[in-house]
Ligand binder design. Structure first.
Ligand SMILES: [Ca+2]
Ligand SMILES: [Ca+2]
Length: 372
């Protein structure tokens, strides 16, 4: 209203300026043809889509966006049953994942000719980060299993003065990940926490048949701890402290009992003693940028190093770290502790109330009988 009210006081040049502001399309470049998207296939954690340029091509590259269909159904306000349902949130909404494929980087693969296509596997884009010039994404990690997603794309501005501008969005494409694995992917047993085993009112929670247990390097008395009684296990699990190498020798102030990592490792030994099938299960699906282990995000090398390791190997690695100070895959002690703690919770809760323990979100994403 303010603009309209002041209109009456305008000079001629001012009027032309107002007209120009009101009709910005005069100064915009003609848009490129919108790309199209097709679903090609999916796994539990990935969807491969084919993005094709229109007849105009997409010499500046393109952008791909995706969102969970349930979020798209709720619309920008995030509430189902309101007027904005079945539409995309604003483009800076964190529910939208984005990948950019710039056609202007050196060595780019993303400058598309007329009707040219590229296949993009969303859910494993971490492998592409820093490997394909012009590529970047806000969501390098895995998709959720058994979940529908909505995809859209647009062509970037054509490079060069007076060339065609960014296209409209493509039509929405609806693609789903493969169904979640049946629960018999996971053993029919439960894992328990440090606190559960530690509770001295329930000595029967620590089976004597699992004893004795040695942590660290059994060949080095200064670098190991052995537990022969239930009381010794429960007493130790009551403690904590910084995770580090065990040091039983030397002056008191240099000594360490391994801290929290030693407690989580002892808990894992008890869990595997009661749930031996778990020991053969395999870590999968880690990718560069993954923050499941807290601290700093995983590097590509760390992710590749973790993928394929069995829980038995992680237990061995935890004892190696406690005995020698060397942590597998270049992880920090804190990241290894977080991993072991995740493993102690993989079958901890009865999520669907049927009396059996169910896989945690971490287990669904990162623990399988064998990696795909
Ligand atoms: Ca809504
Ligand atoms: Ca259950």
């Amino acid at each position: 209203m303010k603009g309209l009210m002041s209109y009456g006081y305008c000079t001629v040049s001012c009027t032309m300026l107002l007209l120009a502001l009101a009709t910005p399309s005069f100064s915009q470049r003609a848009p490129l043809d919108a790309p199209t998207i097709a679903c090609l296939g999916s796994t539990e954690t990935t969807i491969t889509v084919r993005v094709c340029a229109g007849a105009s091509g997409a010499s500046g590259g393109f952008s791909l966006q995706w969102i969970k269909k349930s979020d798209w159904e709720a619309g920008p306000d995030g509430i189902a049953g309101t007027e904005d349902d079945y539409s995309w949130p604003l483009s800076d909404d964190p529910r939208i994942c984005k990948a950019s494929f710039s056609g202007q980087a050196n060595g780019t693969l993303w400058n598309l000719g007329p009707n040219e296509c590229r296949d993009i596997t969303v859910g494993s884009l971490g492998d592409w980060v820093n490997n394909w010039p012009g590529f970047s994404t806000t969501c390098p990690g895995a998709l959720e299993c058994g979940t529908e997603y909505v995809f859209r794309a647009f062509a970037h501005n054509e490079p060069g003065k007076g060339r065609r501008g960014r296209s409209d969005f493509s039509a929405d494409a609806f693609c789903a990940t493969a169904a979640c694995p049946p629960t018999n992917e996971y053993p029919a047993c439960c894992t328990y926490s440090q606190g559960y085993y530690q509770n001295g009112n329930f000595p029967e929670r620590v089976p004597e048949s699992c004893l004795p247990i040695t942590l660290g390097n059994p060949a080095a008395p200064c670098r190991s701890l052995t537990f022969s009684t239930v009381a010794a296990v429960q007493n130790f699990l009551g403690g904590g402290g910084p995770s580090r190498q065990i040091q039983q020798c030397g002056p008191d102030r240099q000594r360490s009992d391994g801290g929290t990592l030693a407690r989580q490792t002892l808990t894992l030994v008890l869990n595997l003693c009661q749930c031996p099938e778990l020991a053969d299960m395999v870590l999968c699906g880690f990718a560069e940028g993954n923050t499941a282990l807290g601290g700093s995000a995983l590097t590509a090398e760390q992710a590749a190093c973790l993928n394929g390791k069995t829980i038995r190997e992680i237990l061995e690695a935890a004892n190696t770290a406690l005995g020698t100070g060397n942590v597998l895959c270049g992880l920090s002690f804190g990241q290894l502790n977080q991993l072991v703690e995740h493993l102690n919770f993989v079958l901890h809760d009865d999520l669907d109330g049927d009396g059996d323990c169910d896989p945690s979100a971490f287990a669904l994403a990162h623990l399988k009988r064998s990696c795909p």
